[in-house]
Design a protein around this ligand. Structure first.
Ligand code: AMP
Length: 448
């Protein structure tokens, strides 16, 4: 924590008061470092893990400048997942409530037309995922695009992930309507300073622009996981992983612990959620194949304690602010060691203790080796599980529950929706391309 107050860093008085009201009194180190530099007008790269206070590090200088001259769409925040967008928007709304702030959330899975109308009313801040914003740029009228052309701040949150290939074309479409980089301020926050992030830093800049300010809270490459986190493992034949999961969740030391169970596929998440539900666990799930309303609902149930266990794919591994998780279980081992770090980062936050247990099957050895090399630490054996007890207590019931779950899903056609959605999206993209072509044709006809 820094020693200065928010006001001493240059944050507007009204905003410092909002922060006080939210029990946020002293700036964290990323806030103390970045806020004054952003206020000077510098572009900024912040290397900081979630939980470091990075949202307020970029929100408070933007809100300070906005309150001096609240014109048009003032700032655009791009972030990789819908949940992160909602979480960031919540913070903007809470901070700016007394200034009648208008914040528009543009994410997939929610009503497109409603968002389009909201975008046209020139909200002060737009918090978006790249895919949906790109769709709006393609389909909405000039008013939306004209609004975006005057954005003064662009924030790339979780930039390492945004700049990875999967967002490439959507990001390009978003950037294509924004002011050029010398006419806006760009603020980039990332847990890992990847090569793509470095490229942005070293890009040639106009002579009258201050150099990019770069601040790294701590060397995230070296101290990747919190010291208060125990990394544990069990090594089991992969076809009995579910039985071990059941037994671990019932161990005396974990039987009341809030836990996130990470899996690699949406199908696994759904099977496990249903199976554990049948065994009377209070469980919710979070994965990309659920409708947005259900995703939000699951997260609320989990945050409020109505569900003790959240089964999630990597949509939940980054950035979600769920402060009370005591246990993370890797039911599947991620192929990217960075995903491991993000997953286990859901526990042992802010100096608290936490356990991360990896259920390792025979095919996971290589992955574990690269994870251990990345975190520079060997995992320790979880001694509390007794193999005979797992076979006796969990194997039969878990196998039955899983079989029933899979039969139900088969009946309901789980997974079919994905195919339908894909073709719907393809259709809508085709339609919008069609309509653009039509418009172009008409324009041509007018001018000729
Ligand atoms: P973030 O890194 O933006 O995801 O923030 C993580 C959490 O820390 C959020 O719940 C914030 O409300 C909280 N937070 C941010 N800044 C501070 C601060 N200076 N003091 C205490 N809590 C903070």
């Amino acid at each position: 924590m820094g020693t200065q107050s928010f006001q001493e860093l240059g944050v507007a008085k009204w905003l410092a008061e909002s922060l006080e009201a939210m029990q946020i009194h002293k700036p964290t180190s990323i806030q103390a470092a970045c806020i004054p530099e952003i206020l000077k007008g510098r572009d900024c790269i912040g290397g900081a893990k979630t939980g470091s206070g990075k949202t307020i590090a970029f929100a408070s200088p933007m809100l300070t400048k906005w309150s001096e001259d609240p014109l048009g769409i003032f700032g655009l925040v791009l972030t990789p997942t819908r949940e992160l967008a909602l979480q960031i928007a919540e913070q903007f709304v809470a901070l700016g409530a007394q200034m009648n702030i208008k914040v528009c959330v543009v994410v997939g899975g929610e009503d497109f037309v409603k968002q389009a109308l909201e975008l046209q009313t020139k909200p002060h801040f737009v918090i978006a995922t790249p895919g949906r914003l790109a769709d709006h740029i393609l389909n909405s009228g000039e008013t939306t695009i004209a609004g975006l052309r005057r954005v003064q701040y662009l924030v790339l949150d979780e930039a390492d992930r945004l700049l990875s290939n999967s967002f490439g074309s959507d990001l390009e479409r978003c950037f294509s309507v924004l002011p050029s980089s010398d006419k806006r301020q760009t603020l980039l926050f990332t847990a890992t300073i990847t090569d793509a992030v470095k490229v942005l830093k070293d890009k040639p800049r106009p002579a009258d622009k201050l150099p990019v300010f770069m601040h790294q809270v701590e060397s995230v490459d070296k101290v990747a996981i919190p010291r208060t986190l125990s990394t544990l493992y069990v090594f089991v034949p992969s076809f009995v992983k579910d039985a071990y999961l059941n037994s671990i969740l019932l161990l005396p030391k974990y039987k009341d612990a809030t836990a996130i169970v990470f899996v690699n596929r949406t199908m696994t998440a759904e099977v496990l959620r249903r199976a554990l539900r049948k065994l009377d666990f209070r469980v919710a799930s979070l994965h990309s194949e659920m409708p947005q309303s259900e995703r939000t609902n699951s997260l609320h149930r989990f945050k409020a304690g109505a569900a003790r266990i959240l089964i999630a794919t990597d949509v939940a591994s980054r950035g979600l602010d769920i402060p009370t998780v005591e246990l993370v279980i890797n039911f599947d081992i991620p192929s990217d060691p960075d995903d491991f770090i993000h997953r286990v980062g859901r526990t042992a936050r802010a100096g608290r203790k936490g356990d991360a247990i990896s259920i390792i099957g025979e095919r996971d050895i290589e992955r574990i080796q690269s994870i251990e090399a990345r975190i520079n630490k060997k995992m320790e054996l979880l001694e509390d599980v007794d193999d005979d007890k797992v076979i006796k207590d969990s194997l039969q019931i878990m196998t039955t529950a899983k079989r029933e779950a899979m039969m139900e899903m088969d009946k309901e056609g789980f997974g079919e929706k994905k195919k339908v959605n894909k073709s719907k999206r393809a259709n809508s993209e085709e339609n919008s391309l069609e309509s653009r072509r039509d418009k172009k044709k008409k324009k041509k006809q007018k001018t000729t």
